[in-house]
Design a protein around this ligand. Structure first.
Ligand code: F6R
Length: 239
């Protein structure tokens, strides 16, 4: 695991963004696993600005997002579908048919997870971007007794609901989500985890210095052959 500590969130966005831009330039048909949340916003901004400057094209890039809320309409302002379009896709030339999400509104959630896993297996993720929850979650794989293998419906923990409910001003935040499993995340050829801010310091200390345990799902990245961790000084403050 390669750990890179930079000054602040903007620097992380620049470094992680450049890594993705370089990877897309090298392989224009790359398959990217993408994350939502506040942390990747500067990374996505860096990526679409590189597109606007004519440095890179996303025309043949395919993407798979980590997770999506259950029973939240796709068009809701808080869906991860909307987030990705607003923060990245709408600012680039990526094709709508090339962006993929778990469908949190599927009638048969188990069948939906199987469908997504099969697509993931066939596509093969080249680089997976991850944020990290305050409790060490990756995707929505919350701390638990065992590492999850494949996509599944998860009940979000109080910590995650507390962290994300600030975005839900009108309707209550969903308490369930569909997420890729830790096993699927680990199949990516490269994993890039980004963490910024003091509220991530405990999770980063547990992930980097603690045991590899499903109580801190991100700790599994110690076993990934090509994991890069970018964090700012605040997130690194308890290392
Ligand atoms: C979102 C996701 C989550 C977030 C994590 C951190 O797709 O997979 O694991 O990365 O909750 O969220 P922020 O960046 O908002 O602190």
């Amino acid at each position: 695991m390669k750990v890179i500590i930079l000054d602040n969130a903007q620097e992380i966005g620049k470094a992680a963004g450049q890594l993705f831009v370089d990877a897309v330039k090298e392989n224009p048909e790359i398959v990217l696993g993408l994350a939502t949340g506040a942390t990747p916003i500067p990374t996505y901004e860096y990526m679409y600005k590189a597109y606007e400057k004519g440095e890179v094209s996303f025309k043949n890039v395919r993407t798979y997002n980590l997770d999506e809320y259950v029973d939240l309409p796709k068009e809701d302002k808080n869906s991860y579908y909307t987030f990705m379009h607003e923060q990245l896709f709408n600012h680039t030339d990526i094709k709508e048919e090339n962006v993929h999400f778990l469908n949190g509104n599927a009638e048969d959630v188990d069948a939906e997870c199987l469908r997504y896993d099969e697509e993931l297996r066939n596509a093969g993720i080249d680089i997976q971007l991850l944020g990290i929850g305050r409790n060490g979650h990756i995707g929505f794989n919350e701390p638990s007794e065992a590492f999850t293998k494949t996509s599944f419906k998860v009940q979000l923990t109080d910590s995650t609901i507390e962290a994300n409910s600030k975005y839900f001003d009108e309707n209550p935040m969903p308490h369930y989500a569909l997420t890729m499993g830790v096993g699927s995340i680990m199949t990516a050829k490269q994993v890039v985890l980004i963490a910024t801010g003091k509220e991530k310091a405990e999770a980063m200390a547990a992930m980097i210095n603690g045991d590899v345990t499903p109580q801190c799902p991100a700790s599994i990245l110690h076993f990934h052959p090509n994991a890069v961790i970018f964090m700012d000084k605040d997130a690194a403050s308890l290392l």
